[in-house]
Design a protein around this ligand. Structure first.
Ligand code: NAX
Length: 332
């Protein structure tokens, strides 16, 4: 057994955390040999609710879960953190403009970036789930200059899982038979879910998904829109946003970052752009990556047709706008 690591979950009293915490305590993210201390951050009005969550964590009676600290102090939460799930964010309220949402969140992620910079381990792995996830991750990294920017990522894994499930459904195969579907860009409705490089393992052998489906209109139309709008469809039905699937995706993202991807397989993560595929640097853009030794590499050289290029352009423009708005808020 290794020494316990400190794992932070913000928004710990919220609905995504409620599903995520069990996975962490059960060892499905950091593995069955890695004990963890949980650092649960939320805001002062939620401390009573958080007490209940802590009671339930105790009642899980899981041996990997060691020390649990509920707190409303970022300094206490981020101390010696090895991994952080930044789930807590200001929710969009009725009548709220995107700008207002961005402005409230930029302030939260500035404070958390500063706390990470000061108190966390320099190799901390940060996954931002709270929306607008990509730009929040960028801000957070900006305020933690002593931590490499590669250590800040945003979650598009839920979009990837949704896309994989939709393709498997259409092909009538088990979900794990489909691999390498890509989410490009922002975790928003401008994202580009791309099945162009995806493969499906069929009894007759592995085939490219576009050939197996043989319906580009569906792939570039219904499929794309269904994934882009899936979050809204869940809200319309459940009257609450995706939580169980979001928590599972957060676990998938961190597990792959921690333990690596399988040979030949890639996953999508929002990472600080290095200019790959002509995407401007210094925005957090979702790319296909492979991971080894806790380090990701953007998959290079994938062919992009004009349709794909135009989609990447739209989502990249939105991220540049978000960055400009965020910078504007921070300069005021
Ligand atoms: P909830 O409203 O259930 O929980 C959010 C929690 O965050 C609350 O307990 C709140 O008090 C807390 N919080 C607010 N400000 C905080 C701060 N400064 N420090 C610490 N905690 C703070 O939301 P939930 O459904 O759990 O969703 C959380 C976030 O995930 C939202 O921003 C949501 O939009 C985002 N999502 C992102 C997804 C992604 O794929 N990247 C998908 C799912 C989800 O929509």
């Amino acid at each position: 057994m290794s020494e316990p690591i400190n794992v932070v979950v913000t928004g710990a009293a919220g609905q995504i955390a409620y599903s995520l915490l069990y996975q962490l305590a059960a060892g499905s993210v950091f593995g069955p040999e890695q004990p963890i201390n949980l650092r649960l951050l939320d805001i002062p009005p939620m401390m009573e609710v958080l007490k209940g969550v802590v009671m339930e964590l105790e009642d899980l009676a899981l041996p990997l879960l060691r020390d649990v600290l509920p707190t409303d102090e970022p300094a206490a939460a981020f101390k010696d953190a090895a991994a952080a799930f930044l789930v807590g964010a200001m929710p969009r309220k009725q009548g709220m403009e995107r700008k207002d949402l961005l402005s409230a969140n930029v302030k939260i992620f500035k404070v958390q970036g500063e706390a990470l910079d000061k108190y966390a381990r320099k190799d901390v792995k940060v996954l931002v789930v709270g929306n607008p996830a990509n730009t929040n991750a960028l801000i957070c990294s900006h305020y933690a200059p002593s931590i490499p920017k590669e250590n800040f990522t945003a979650m598009t894994r839920l979009d990837q899982n949704r896309a994989q499930a939709a393709l498997a459904g259409r092909l009538g195969v088990q979900v794990d038979k489909v691999e390498n579907v890509i989410i490009w860009g922002n975790h928003s409705s401008t994202q580009y879910p791309d099945a162009g490089q995806a493969t499906v393992a069929l009894p007759s052998g592995t085939k490219p998904v576009p050939a197996a489906i043989n319906d580009d209109d569906w792939l570039n139309g219904t499929f794309l829109e269904t994934i882009q709008k899936r979050g809204a469809a869940v809200i319309a039905a459940r009257k609450m946003s995706s939580a169980m699937s979001a928590a599972k995706a957060a676990g998938d993202h961190m597990r792959d970052w921690w333990t690596g991807t399988k040979p030949g397989q890639w996953v999508s993560m929002g990472v600080v752009s290095d200019g790959s595929y002509g995407i401007p640097k210094d925005i957090v853009f979702s790319f296909p990556v492979t991971i080894e030794n806790k380090t990701f590499k953007i998959v290079q050289g994938l062919p992009l047709n004009d349709f794909a290029k135009s989609k990447l352009d739209v989502t990249s423009k939105e991220l540049q706008e978000e960055r400009a708005e965020a910078t504007d808020v921070l300069q005021k």
